[in-house]
Design a protein around this ligand. Structure first.
Ligand code: NAP
Length: 242
């Protein structure tokens, strides 16, 4: 039997890398993306044993997204699990936030999800099966000073998810979000220690999250056991926002 194809954007490091590794371990054929050749080489190294592959992708380019899907389809088959993980922050208080900082974050975190999801539906509709899993953030619901652009992009993805879930549910395609709290990765290593401690004080389980915590939820949503869950936002935040 052929393996289910899973595409994970932003798989070169952090949460995306762990998601890609865990999906590969669970038997999926994983295509992981990075924005650089060095990132692709890294993905190919950790996916080597499972036979998965790395590919270059800047999620801001609709034509590159189309090209990647076409390439995967012509060689391997349709993508049945899409994990929209690639994301960026460009934090500052709104008074100081440039229009570019707002647009760039929205383009990578939200607009790209429109392009990848739309393109993935071609194959999923045919297969009458699919999983779209979007990595959002606790910030989408609780807000965070200095992250108006990021929160808007992630809240946008959550609204997008609910609407698309209603459109494609009858084809057995589910669309869900996983909303992490503070997870140890490059993204959070840049945060000021005092700020990180203050955030940590608000986490009932009293530890930072690990990429594995997020990956486990993604794996569940990708599985057949989760076929009756759609349009949901699953928090993985240690109780940080209740
Ligand atoms: P990270 O370590 O900074 O990694 C970001 C990933 O996104 C990298 O693989 C990066 O690729 C990729 N990426 C960035 N810009 C891209 C673009 N234009 N096109 C394609 N790929 C791009 O981030 P992370 O902490 O693992 O976060 C992963 C996801 O979880 C993000 O959506 C983030 O918003 C979300 N999240 C994270 C936390 C947290 O605490 N860490 C909390 C809530 C939500 P390159 O390596 O090639 O640059």
């Amino acid at each position: 039997m052929s393996r289910t194809i899973a595409l994970v954007t932003g798989a070169s490091r952090g949460i995306g890398q762990t998601i890609a590794m865990q999906l590969a371990k669970a038997g999926y054929f994983v295509v992981g993306t990075a924005t650089s050749e060095a990132g692709v080489a890294r993905i190919e190294r950790y996916l080597k044993d499972s036979g998965g592959i790395g590919r270059i992708l800047d999620v801001r380019s609709a034509s590159d997204i189309d090209e990647l899907f076409t390439q995967i389809e012509s060689i391997y088959g349709h993508v049945e699990v899409l994990v929209n993980n690639a994301g960026i922050t460009q934090d500052s208080l709104l008074m100081r936030m440039s229009e570019d900082a707002f647009s760039e974050v929205v383009d990578v975190n939200l607009k790209a999800v429109f392009h990848t999801s739309k393109r993935s539906l071609k194959g999923m509709m045919k297969a009458r099966h699919g999983r779209i899993i979007n990595i959002t953030s606790v910030v989408a619901q609780m807000g965070n000073a200095g992250q108006a652009n990021y929160a808007a992009s992630k809240a946008g993805v959550e609204g997008f998810t609910r609407s698309l879930a209603r459109e494609v549910g009858s084809r057995q395609i589910t669309v869900n979000c996983v909303a992490p709290g503070i997870i140890e990765s490059d993204m959070t290593s840049e945060l000021d220690e005092r700020y990180k401690q203050a955030m940590l004080d608000a986490v009932p389980v009293a530890r930072l999250g690990q990429p594995e915590d997020v990956a486990a939820t993604v794996l569940f949503l990708a599985s057949n056991q989760a076929s009756y869950i759609t349009g949901a936002v699953i928090p993985v935040n240690g109780g940080m926002y209740l």
